[in-house]
Design a protein around this ligand. Structure first.
Ligand SMILES: *[C@@H]1O[C@H](CO)[C@@H](O)[C@H](O)[C@H]1NC(C)=O
Ligand SMILES: *[C@@H]1O[C@H](CO)[C@@H](O)[C@H](O)[C@H]1NC(C)=O
Ligand SMILES: *[C@@H]1O[C@H](CO)[C@@H](O)[C@H](O)[C@H]1NC(C)=O
Ligand SMILES: *[C@@H]1O[C@H](CO)[C@@H](O)[C@H](O)[C@H]1NC(C)=O
Ligand SMILES: *[C@@H]1O[C@H](CO)[C@@H](O)[C@H](O)[C@H]1NC(C)=O
Ligand SMILES: *[C@@H]1O[C@H](CO)[C@@H](O)[C@H](O)[C@H]1NC(C)=O
Ligand SMILES: *[C@@H]1O[C@H](CO)[C@@H](O)[C@H](O)[C@H]1NC(C)=O
Ligand SMILES: *[C@@H]1O[C@H](CO)[C@@H](O)[C@H](O)[C@H]1NC(C)=O
Ligand SMILES: *[C@@H]1O[C@H](CO)[C@@H](O)[C@H](O)[C@H]1NC(C)=O
Ligand SMILES: *[C@@H]1O[C@H](CO)[C@@H](O)[C@H](O)[C@H]1NC(C)=O
Ligand SMILES: *[C@@H]1O[C@H](CO)[C@@H](O)[C@H](O)[C@H]1NC(C)=O
Ligand SMILES: *[C@@H]1O[C@H](CO)[C@@H](O)[C@H](O)[C@H]1NC(C)=O
Ligand SMILES: [Cu+2]
Length: 579
């Protein structure tokens, strides 16, 4: 196909209908258009001594890395040759006016059925850094994911030392059984799903696991370089600490937004989050472990307590093998990792994040002042005890403002909204909790059971929005990585206990708050975010721990069109899957 690259005078591109002029005042070039075909298929993969047929894109695990520049266009034709319904989501891409390409199943589209295909078309606008893509149906994202790297426009560069090399590092989670069976069993019994058998770095568990040593990922470096690690937490259900033995990390970006650089030895990422770090190879020539393991915020929740590793290998270091002499080979040096429950380390990290610029426009006049409580719950047993094997004969659930989100099954919310079809969803999502109580205290059992519903909160185009996200201690207080589709938001404050509207606004950072697409709500605490709702569509906001999402920890924002074409959702693509 034709591509238009760096055309200063792109009139002929317009005629060909291939390119769009950048809206940024700085920009005199048009983006390049990248065409890809992603074939979703079953692929045999051997991990932890067992071969299993997993769902992949193009037979690759992790899937292909997409590399683009700010301002480019992506056209990805997804051909489903697997036996599951699937959709793909481009995590963190704003999808300005192109909500049809966002991907969450039954929210912005019906699934691509086995044998079907759908072409996602969208533009990267004013975003740079590390994002990723993943399946957004059931638990297929356990194996269907890949990196999406956005470099600055041609002629522009990073606002930090140009790295010698760049490495995407995708942290994942592996089960010895089909993850779809894991979630289906949990839904049938009402129990928490089985924890994973391993974590992975770029698809490999690393040499602390059985049968994995030979395939441990190595990151080759030379002494005296500064390199960029693009760390992505693509795990299903676990917040992860990440560190490199004997090396400091300089954090330069999170969720594809630059931050003021700061030095740390460990970072923490919730599922969905990305962090870009610079690493300087200023240590003796040797092999150093890159390692990740759980940040398990809840006290009584089962988790996978294993450690995944890769190896940072200085080029002249000699790996120890059966044939290498013991004397001069190098065994990887092991890092120190925070304790599984080291919430203080998480808080220190999240409070260090500041936008690179001091001159950002955080909304100050608020149109929509929202307060959403987020947390777990328990449903009492109805009819059949075999479906109620959760705590004391209940079923696990989760909710926002006491509504446990249920996906539609016969329509997508965006299609129903666009076509004015009734009965698919309501716009009754409450702006504040229906009951005021001590959210992080000893909560009365009478409050533990939410109401199921497919509820959206509707807003005018351009509304300025503040949301207080308040964690609850119902069943178990936990850290929740809450992800918003369609927007980045500023995180202006976070804290523990209950948000206090009298005293906490004094802590708001309106100068240089970090801009993100996922907010880690502290365990037994709260966070405040702000954004301008200037992207029309139906946008999912949900916990990125898939167990919690499965239980209903989500809601929908419906943002109306504004005035004129440029403030309105585009027409649905002609190949949009129908239910
Ligand atoms: C995509 O779907 C269309 C419409 O069903 C079909 O005509 C076409 O052959 C499909 N393409 C592929 C590559 O499967
Ligand atoms: C999960 O764990 C339970 C209990 O150990 C076991 O019976 C079950 O087979 C496991 N498998 C799945 C798919 O959940
Ligand atoms: C790994 O292998 C050892 C030795 O064969 C065995 O004892 C152990 O149970 C295995 N671990 C796992 C997690 O399979
Ligand atoms: C890491 O940074 C800290 C603080 O800047 C410094 O004290 C320490 O020596 C550094 N460690 C290494 C291994 O570079
Ligand atoms: C390491 O040991 C091997 C075998 O003894 C030897 O051949 C090789 O020269 C040694 N390498 C270095 C760098 O000392
Ligand atoms: C973390 O766990 C350890 C041991 O399991 C326990 O002693 C400690 O109190 C816990 N710390 C926090 C902050 O919960
Ligand atoms: C700060 O931003 C405002 C508007 O966003 C702009 O008018 C002003 O020039 C900027 N100042 C600096 C120092 O960049
Ligand atoms: C209860 O549910 C289980 C599993 O879903 C099923 O096998 C069983 O037949 C059901 N029992 C009754 C009485 O409906
Ligand atoms: C289950 O019941 C026991 C005994 O009544 C009680 O102590 C415990 O708190 C209950 N657990 C849950 C999660 O409801
Ligand atoms: C809420 O509960 C916590 C824990 O029991 C307690 O420390 C706190 O004082 C309570 N807050 C209010 C406002 O009652
Ligand atoms: C949620 O709604 C149910 C049903 O009305 C009610 O029993 C429960 O107390 C509510 N919980 C909260 C936290 O509002
Ligand atoms: C796949 O999607 C279609 C269309 O929504 C639906 O009718 C069908 O039940 C789905 N299949 C599965 C296995 O979920
Ligand atoms: Cu959660």
């Amino acid at each position: 196909m034709e591509t238009c690259k760096n055309i200063v005078n792109p009139w002929w591109c317009w005629l060909l209908g291939l390119c769009f002029l950048c809206t940024s005042a700085f920009c005199t070039t048009v983006g390049e258009t990248h065409y890809h075909e992603f074939v979703v298929q079953a692929t045999p993969v051997r991990r932890l001594c067992k071969t299993r047929n997993i769902i992949t894109v193009d037979g690759q695990f992790p899937g292909p890395t997409l590399e683009v520049r700010n301002g480019d266009h992506l056209v990805v034709k997804v051909v489903n040759q697997a036996r599951y319904n699937i959709t793909l989501h481009w995590h963190g891409i704003h999808q300005q006016r192109t909500a049809w390409a966002d991907g969450p199943v039954y929210v912005t589209q019906c699934p691509i059925r086995p044998g079907g295909n759908y072409t996602y078309r969208f533009t990267i606008e004013r975003q740079e850094g590390t994002l990723w893509w993943h399946a957004h149906t059931s638990w297929l994202r356990a194996t269907v994911y890949g990196a999406l790297i956005i470099r600055p426009k041609e002629g522009f560069s990073y606002p930090f030392t140009i790295p010698k090399r760049e490495f995407p590092l995708l942290l994942g989670e592996w089960w010895n059984v089909n993850p779809i069976h894991v979630v289906n069993r949990a839904l049938r019994t009402g129990t928490a799903p089985n924890v994973s058998d391993a974590y992975t770095i770029n698809g490999q568990p690393g040499d602390l696991y059985n049968c994995s040593e030979k395939n441990t990922v190595t990151i080759p470096v030379e002494s005296g370089e500064t390199n960029l690690l693009r760390v992505i937490n693509s795990a299903m259900n676990q917040q992860l600490f990440f560190t490199v033995a004997n090396h400091n990390l300089t954090v330069v970006a999170t969720d594809a937004s630059y931050v003021k650089p700061f030095i740390t030895s460990v970072i923490m990422l919730g599922p969905g989050e990305t962090t870009d770090v610079l690493i300087t190879t200023d240590q003796p020539t040797a092999r150093y472990y890159i390692a990740a393991r759980a940040y398990a915020s809840a006290e009584n929740v089962d988790f996978d307590n294993t450690i995944t590793t890769a190896i940072l290998e200085y080029m002249s270091a000699i790996p120890c093998t059966e044939t290498t002499a013991q004397s001069n080979c190098s065994r990887p040096i092991f890092p120190s990792l925070p304790a599984y429950n080291d919430t203080a380390a998480v808080t220190a990290f999240s409070r260090s994040l500041r936008s690179l610029s001091d001159n950002i426009s955080v909304p100050t006049h608020i149109d929509e002042n929202l307060f959403f409580m987020v947390g777990l719950g328990l449903n009492p047993c109805r009819i059949n005890r075999s479906n109620c094997q959760g705590p004391n004969g209940t079923r696990f659930t989760a909710s926002m403002n006491n509504v446990s989100f249920v996906l539609p099954s016969n329509f997508s919310i965006l299609q129903a909204y666009y076509q004015g079809i009734n009965g698919v969803f309501t716009t009754n999502f409450p702006p504040v909790p229906p009951t005021i109580f001590n959210y992080t205290g000893n909560v009365s059992r009478a409050l533990w059971t939410p109401i199921p519903g497919t509820e959206a909160y509707r807003m005018k185009y351009g509304s300025t929005v503040q949301i207080v996200l308040q964690g609850t201690s119902i069943v178990e207080a936990e850290h929740h990585p809450i992800h918003l589709h369609g927007y980045d938001f500023y995180i202006i404050a976070e804290g523990f206990g209950n948000y206090d509207p009298e005293t906490d606004p004094a802590k708001f950072n309106l100068v240089d708050p970090p801009l993100r697409n996922t907010m880690g709500v502290p365990v037994g605490g709260w966070a405040v975010i702000r954004f301008v709702a200037d992207n029309p569509g139906a946008w999912f906001m949900h916990c990125h721990i898939d167990t919690h999402l499965t239980w209903g920890l989500g809601m929908i924002f419906l943002v109306d069109n504004g005035v004129g074409e440029l403030e309105s959702l585009l027409r649905p693509p002609s190949d949009l899957p129908q239910c």
